[in-house]
Ligand binder design. Structure first.
Ligand code: PLP
Length: 364
């Protein structure tokens, strides 16, 4: 089926025809062909592409969008007597504090500017001011702006401290190499419809078994109890506790296979980086400026400043959409921006087509 338009957004994103075709059948949610034959290989496959040992790490799949999984990770791992330190520089980091509010978790939120990266220095300062922190959470690729936070530097600061490390790698896992074990990440959260290039409907948490086991009984939500979901998936060999998004799971299996065929995370990262490079170069050539300096900008999504005060975003958006390209509004308070995603089934030739369309819209 022909595409309606190309999604240059950070999820849902443009998927391949073969991923969409994988959904054209109905499946039973508790059948063993599905659980053992589809769900379990996905759980193992995610550990495999992350380079993790099954004896020490596990993958738990959970219904809902990415936020459900961030909430499940925080709500399951942070106990009633723990203290969560949140390092935020955008909407997704701030959302972790909203989750903590709902759970009445004792937390400290450090809000940096949206254009300022979360670094080792920021973590060191925050930890000195929050000596009773038992957990630290942050976002890797802050999709609000496209900024890539320094999880490596924060990991260095956390080394040797007894602090659980929770990373929202929603928009980076699968598209940027992350050495989860070396970085000492205890919970890494991502979802089906970002860099693995599946469709929306569930997310997943890659967790250190030892930490997840110790969190048993912590959850204050039934459906978002990550431990209970894990236990059911282990005992039932891939069984979900409640109705699973069977079509979406099949699409995801196909997407994971296509990630392997592309050459894995390193190869996908090269493609996204090339998309980003061409996009930035081309947009600058057309007179646009990026919100972020190049040294903190990631390759997932790019924020561009409005070229002038008179710039009409909705007109620009509609004209691009009519040419087959859907872009994304900005989300920050500091400046007028719009965003263009580089992820999904998007290739350098597509970026070329988009730039041509942007040029035509500007001249019209
Ligand atoms: C997409 C995304 C989420 C999850 O958002 P949902 O709308 O719940 O899917 C969380 N964090 C980051 C950084 C994201 O990019």
């Amino acid at each position: 089926m022909k595409r309606n338009y190309l999604l240059l957004t950070p999820g849902p994103l443009s998927t391949t025809e073969t991923v969409r075709e994988a959904m054209m059948q109905d499946w039973c949610t508790w059948d063993k062909d599905y659980n053992e034959g589809v769900v379990m290989p996905i759980r193992r496959g995610l550990l495999e592409i992350a380079g993790l040992d099954e004896n020490r790490y596990t993958t738990v799949l959970l219904q809902g969008s990415g936020t459900y999984c961030v909430e499940a990770a925080i709500g399951t791992s942070v106990g009633p007597h723990d203290k969560l330190l949140i390092l935020a520089n955008g909407a997704y980091g701030e959302r972790m504090a909203r989750i903590a509010d709902y759970y009445r978790i004792d937390y400290k939120l450090v809000s940096l500017r949206e254009t300022e990266p979360v670094t080792g220095a920021a973590a060191l300062k925050a930890l000195a001011e929050t000596p009773d922190a038992t957990h630290l959470s942050m976002v890797h690729s802050e999709t609000t702006t496209g900024l890539l936070n320094r999880i490596d530097e924060v990991a260095d600061v956390l080394r040797g401290r007894d602090i659980t490390f929770i990373v929202d790698a929603m928009s980076s896992f699968g598209g940027i190499p992350i050495d989860i074990e070396k970085l000492g990440i205890d919970y890494l959260v991502s979802s089906a419809n970002k860099c693995i290039q599946g469709v929306p409907g569930f997310g997943f948490v890659i967790a250190r078994k030892e930490k997840l086991r110790a969190a048993r009984g912590n959850a204050r939500s039934l459906s978002l109890d990550l431990c209970a979901q894990w236990e059911t998936m282990e005992k039932g060999r891939g069984k979900w506790r409640f109705t699973s998004p069977t079509h979406v799971v099949h699409a995801f299996r196909q997407a994971l296979q296509e990630l392997r065929e592309e050459g894995g995370i390193a190869a996908r990262h090269r493609r996204y980086a090339e998309n980003h490079r061409l996009l930035t170069e081309g947009m600058r050539g057309l007179g646009f400026r990026t919100l972020l300096p190049d040294d903190v900008q990631g390759c997932i999504i790019t924020s561009f400043l409005y070229p002038s005060a008179a710039f009409d975003f909705s007109d620009f958006y509609e004209k691009l959409k009519a040419k087959g390209y859907v872009i994304y509004p900005g989300k920050i308070s500091e400046a007028d921006t719009f965003r263009i995603g580089n992820i999904g089934d998007i290739h350098p030739a597509d970026i070329g087509g988009l730039l041509e369309a942007v040029g035509e819209v500007l001249r019209s």
